[in-house]
Design a protein around this ligand. Structure first.
Ligand code: ZN
Length: 193
């Protein structure tokens, strides 16, 4: 089922996600719905907060982006990042490592808004997958950027928080418009109840 993607201005985007201790059928259904929603929106990552659930759960699939490379290291061996997709991360713990590189980012919760964000080029990840199994890997490039962006969501942090002041100032008007639109919608929804 395709779910509605929560936009900036909805308080759930600022909530830290609860850890998932058991992969219940409800969580499995949520994972399937999040993938369907992400693919329908042409995104490469989607966090639980973005469909209104404050949980430590994110789904990713970078295969649609062919012009921004990624690297992957599994058990000390280089591996094909595309072969590792689609990817589910539950309760992810990240250890990012340098260098710091700028790169363009967008977010499904900020329609039509794109800006450079500086992040560590690589990241070591420890998480559970959709079967509740521990997965550990290192990655770089686009995949490392996407995982850092999504894991930020799980902690209530948004990409606009990580932008340089000048980048954010240039986008501020558009950001304010998304926020005002979301707040107006939320108000309307609460009045209808
Ligand atoms: Zn995002």
């Amino acid at each position: 089922m395709i779910l509605e993607v929560v936009k900036f201005g909805d308080p759930v985007l600022r909530k830290k996600g609860a850890r998932i201790e058991t992969i219940t059928p409800a969580i499995q259904r949520l994972i399937a719905d999040m993938f369907e929603t992400m693919y329908a929106a042409h995104g490469i990552g989607l966090a639980a907060q973005q469909i209104g659930e404050a949980l430590q759960l994110t789904v990713l699939d970078i295969r649609a982006v062919t012009d921004r490379p990624s690297t992957l290291e599994l058990g000390g061996q280089l591996a094909d990042p595309n072969g590792f997709m689609p990817l589910v991360l539950i309760n992810p713990e990240l250890t990012p490592y340098g260098p710091i590189v700028p790169g363009p980012e967008g977010c499904l919760s900020f329609p039509e808004i794109y800006g450079d964000v500086r992040r560590m080029e690589s990241v070591a990840v420890s998480a559970l997958n959709q079967h509740g199994q521990r997965i550990e890997f290192k990655c770089g490039g686009l995949l490392a950027r996407a995982i850092q962006h999504e894991t930020d969501h799980l902690n209530g942090i948004l990409f606009i928080d990580r932008m340089d002041r000048a980048v954010k100032e240039e986008l501020q008007e558009d950001i304010d418009l998304v926020q005002a639109d979301t707040k107006a919608r939320l108000k309307l929804k609460s009045q209808r109840r």
